[in-house]
Design a protein around this ligand. Structure first.
Ligand SMILES: [Zn+2]
Length: 173
């Protein structure tokens, strides 16, 4: 058993997390009101570019970006959620650029495999901001995942714990 929680407690914990995320990201809207957990009337707005992302990633990134900006570090999302059609266009573009599916996969994955399409990845700019996030992002669970993409981050660890080892590139997933 991965967690020392009953199934009921696990579901309640998941609902609480969802309620908090929804409260922050949707201004305590209908979803938050329907939750059995009280959500304070939050006024924070989600960071630009978080539309369509997994709410937990949107929340983690919003908190990280706020901290970076407070420290004077420039940071923004260059690319977050992508529709399957957008990812397909990027994949076809990649095939033209890199020639073979094997080489293309190092830089861009087809829609059915991309974590951008499932709303679970963000590409960060500029380089200074990405470097800051690489050094500090684990405080919110955010980690750089590929050696060859300094800009690509995912929510892959528990807040405050170490990031998992990176893989060389997206083809190694
Ligand atoms: Zn990416």
């Amino acid at each position: 058993m991965p967690f020392p929680l009953s199934a009921k407690a696990g579901r309640a914990a998941a609902a609480a997390v969802s309620a908090v995320a929804a409260g922050v990201l949707a201004f305590g809207g209908a979803e938050a009101a329907a939750s059995p957990f009280p959500v304070p009337p939050l006024t924070e707005t989600a960071a630009a570019g978080t539309e369509g992302l997994d709410p937990l990633l949107a929340l983690a990134y919003t908190m990280a970006e706020r901290e970076a900006h407070a420290a004077g570090v420039p940071m923004w999302i260059n690319s977050g959620y992508r529709s399957p059609a957008e990812q397909q266009a990027m994949w076809e573009d990649g095939l033209r650029t890199y020639g073979t599916p094997e080489e293309t996969r190092r830089w861009v994955l087809p829609p059915e495999e991309s974590t951008h399409v499932t709303g679970r990845a963000v590409d960060i700019a500029p380089r200074d901001g990405a470097a800051w996030l690489e050094a500090n992002g684990n405080r919110w669970g955010l980690c750089r995942t590929f050696d060859n993409e300094w800009w690509h981050f995912e929510l892959v660890t528990l807040p405050g714990t170490a990031c998992p080892a990176r893989v060389p590139d997206a083809a190694h997933r």
